[in-house]
Design a protein around this ligand. Structure first.
Ligand code: NDP
Length: 454
């Protein structure tokens, strides 16, 4: 009998932690898990799931308008924000219940409370001392808000998902995934949205895709303000004033920070065990998710590798295989498809053009931009844009990007193609499905003329 209370104790019951705990318990070991908030974590309760429900809600705004072009006659629809939030809460409560049951049915013991290290095998969980042979940190991340005057007046995506009413005007600070997704949600539902972009919209994404999104946001009425950071937020009786380092003063009803996320390591007592950190903020791990302390592992956003739910789950599976199933394997981060649920959505896998040129020198680029068939009748100024980046010698497709309806759904299939090393010739040999947008990916024949030659 082990001298520890558990063989494995997991800190954090989000997507990665729950998967790691369940799969480890299935190998017959004793597993406990600590959660300080609610079982389910960011993705299920404060991120991907509730956000996507709000994205669906936002989409109806256009759908109602577009329906008229197809002969539907509707009274002008109205939207009840409070109903949406209540319905969303009902669904996240349901999912929370499912996650609790998944853990219980797997034999994982749930401990409510935040965990902090006393030593490398001993934790304090909400005042209770718990020992474990191994410990897996899967504590996730939380929104970052810079230390500026008036930061207490701002909200983050956590609170945006629980607002009791929709603001008439909102300033969103940031230009990453979360900022553009919420800009789309609020704008479609009727708010006046200002997006404060410090450097570039969607830095790290293909520039053509980001450019298309910029144009689409502007068409939908979102005001993009480039350059500078927020220097302070000031409040009077009826509104807030957001001041920027470039001397702007923007009046608004609500300020939301979507300026990145910080790994959750605060108060965890990591200094008591001497775990090495990356840039002082994320847990450093090796390719098997092992920290500098032998029996302590970490997965998911707290390690700041690739902050995506399916990646955290993949890291959890690799951890369990390596440590408990004698199948040593490390997470593979190549060709991870991802989507931004902006309006319109973006789906992408592989290298963007700039990164591909940096890596390979020269690449072949194929693009297609068109008005989707649905909008031939609605005449809406709404476009889809698709792009393939091909390695000229091997003919392998190394980047595939789309902005437009269904981009997220399409990118998943493209992910398989790129993962198995499909060439442009393989794409060309594939018969398209007509009429779809996705068929463009297998019918693009003309290489784009390189910019310097055009
Ligand atoms: P991101 O890292 O994607 O973007 C952060 C943004 O905030 C950047 O535009 C950055 O600008 C800007 N920024 C940072 N600091 C400041 C500042 N002080 N003032 C003004 N702007 C600032 O972070 P998000 O919060 O959007 O998302 C966090 C992570 O969550 C993502 O990396 C993603 O992995 C994940 N996520 C995934 C989703 C999905 O899969 N659909 C959805 C939502 C989140 P700059 O470019 O100049 O640095």
């Amino acid at each position: 009998m082990s001298k520890f209370d558990y063989d494995l104790f997991v800190i954090g019951a989000g997507s990665g932690g729950v998967r790691g705990a369940r799969m480890a318990a299935a190998t017959g070991i004793r597993v406990g898990i600590a959660e300080g908030r609610r079982v389910g974590g960011t993705c299920v309760l404060r991120g991907c799931v509730p956000k996507k429900l709000l994205v669906y809600a936002a989409h109806f705004a256009h759908d109602f308008e577009d329906a008229a072009a197809y002969g539907w006659r509707l009274r002008p629809p109205t939207h009840e924000w409070a109903h949406l939030i209540a319905a969303k809460n009902q669904e996240t409560d349901r999912l929370n219940g499912i996650y609790v049951n998944l853990l219980k049915n797997a034999g994982v013991e749930i401990h409510e409370g935040y965990a902090s290290f006393i030593d490398s095998h001993t934790l304090n969980v909400g005042g209770k001392k718990i020992t474990s042979e191994r410990i897996l940190i899967a504590s996730g991340a939380r929104p970052f808000v810079p230390e500026i005057p008036g930061r207490e007046y701002s909200i983050t995506s956590d609170e945006a998902l629980d607002l009791m009413s929709r603001p008439e005007r909102i300033v969103i600070v940031g230009a990453g995934y979360i900022a553009v997704e919420f800009a789309g949600i609020f704008a479609e539902l009727g708010s006046e949205v200002t997006l404060l972009v410090r450097s570039q919209l969607l830095r790290g994404f293909d520039r053509d895709i980001a450019g298309e999104l910029e144009a689409a946001l502007e068409r939908s009425g979102v005001k993009l303000v480039f350059g500078g950071e927020v220097s302070g937020i000031y409040k009077d009786d009826k509104e807030y004033t957001v001041e920027t380092s470039e001397g702007r003063a923007i009046k608004t009803d609500l300020v939301m920070f979507a300026a990145g996320r910080d790994p959750n390591i605060e108060g965890m007592g990591l200094e008591n065990i001497g775990v090495e950190l990356k840039s002082g903020r994320a847990i450093e791990v090796d390719e098997f998710s092992q920290t500098s302390v032998e029996n302590v592992y970490a997965i998911g956003d707290v390690t700041d590798r690739m902050a995506l739910t399916p990646v955290a789950i993949h890291e959890a599976m690799c951890f369990v295989d390596t440590v408990y199933k004698d199948r040593r394997r490390s997470p593979n981060y190549e060709f991870v498809p991802t989507a931004v649920f902006s309006q319109p959505p973006i789906g992408t896998v592989g290298l963007d053009e700039e990164a591909a040129i940096k890596k390979f020198g020269k690449v072949d680029v194929y693009t297609s931009r068109f008005r989707p068939m649905k909008h031939t009748l609605t005449k809406r100024d709404h476009f889809s844009f698709m792009k393939l980046i091909v390695h000229p010698e091997s003919d392998k497709v190394i980047g595939c990007h789309m902005i437009g309806d269904d981009a997220a759904e399409i990118a998943q299939g493209m992910g398989i193609a790129l993962k198995i090393g499909a060439t442009k010739a393989d794409f060309d040999a594939t018969i398209g499905i007509h009429p779809t947008a996705a068929e463009e990916f297998v019918t693009m024949r003309e290489k784009r003329v390189p910019k310097e030659e055009s």
